[in-house]
Design a protein around this ligand. Structure first.
Ligand code: CA
Length: 222
C-alpha cells in the first residue's frame, strides 16, 4: 500500500486528488497548511508527497527546504499554479523530484507518482527505469517506447496502458481494471475506450502483442 501525503489548500483539488488516488489503490492524508505539511512529512511514514507551492502558513518552497534540510528522502512532486520558470527551477534545486503546473490531468500526475515510487525503491537506477517484454522496451523516465529498437510515439494514456500490460505479462486484465488503472475515476464504466486504446497499441506496437480473452478482457502475450 502506498501512502501519499497531499499538502494543498484548495479543497476542490484535494477532493480531486484523493478520489483519484484512492481509486488507484493509494491511501491519502491531506493537510491544508504549510506548517502542518512540514511537520507531518517527518512525523509520519509516507511514500510520496504532493506539495502545492502556494500554501498558507508556510510557503511550499520553504516546506520543501525544511524537509530536505532534515535529510528526508521522501519523494516530492510539487504543484504550482504559478506558471513561473523561476519557481520550478527553485523547486527542483530545493530537492523536489518533479513538478506539475495547474491545471494538470490526473493521469499525468499518476504516471509521475508511479515513476517516483519505482525510483525510490530502486535507488540504483539503470535497469529499474525500463520494462522489457519481448521486443518491447518502455523507458519510464523518458516515457518513450522502442519496439525492436524502433522508436514509437505513444500518447500519455497509451503509455500508461502499455505499462500496465508490460508489468503483468500473461495475466488477464479486465476492462474494469484497465479503466481504473489508466483512466482513474474519470471514466464511464460502460465506455469502450479500453478497446479503442488496445486497438491503438496493437497498431502502433505490434498487432499480436495483446490478445483478446473472450468475455474477460485482454492479456499481453509472452
Ligand atoms: Ca494553493
Amino acid at each position: 500500500m502506498n501512502r501519499i501525503l497531499i499538502a494543498e489548500d484548495e479543497s476542490r483539488i484535494v477532493a480531486f486528488l484523493e478520489k483519484g488516488l484512492r481509486a488507484n489503490g493509494f491511501t491519502t492524508t491531506a493537510v491544508n497548511d504549510g506548517n502542518q505539511a512540514a511537520r507531518i512529512a517527518s512525523s509520519e511514514d509516507f511514500d510520496l508527497m504532493i506539495l502545492d507551492l502556494g500554501l498558507p502558513g508556510k510557503d511550499g518552497l520553504v516546506v520543501l527546504e525544511d524537509i530536505r534540510g532534515r535529510g528526508e528522502k521522501l519523494p516530492i512532486i510539487i504543484l504550482t499554479a504559478r506558471d513561473d520558470i523561476h519557481d520550478k527551477v527553485t523547486g527542483l534545486e530545493s530537492g523536489a523530484d518533479d513538478y506539475l503546473t495547474k491545471p494538470f490531468r490526473f493521469e499525468e500526475l499518476l504516471a509521475r507518482i508511479r515513476v517516483r515510487l519505482r525510483e525510490s525503491r530502486q535507488p540504483s537506477g539503470g535497469s529499474g527505469m525500463t520494462i522489457k517484454v519481448g521486443d518491447v522496451v518502455l523507458d519510464l523516465r523518458t516515457r518513450k517506447v522502442a519496439v525492436n529498437g524502433r522508436h514509437v510515439e505513444l500518447s500519455a494514456r497509451e503509455f500508461t496502458l502499455a505499462e500496465t500490460f508490460l508489468l503483468h505479462p500473461g495475466q488477464v486484465m479486465t476492462r474494469e481494471h484497465l479503466l481504473s488503472r489508466v483512466w482513474g475515476y474519470d471514466y464511464d464504466p460502460g465506455s469502450n475506450i479500453v478497446d479503442v486504446y488496445v486497438g491503438y497499441l496493437r497498431k502502433k506496437i505490434d498487432s499480436q502483442l495483446i490478445e483478446t480473452v473472450r468475455g474477460m478482457g485482454y492479456r499481453l502475450r509472452v
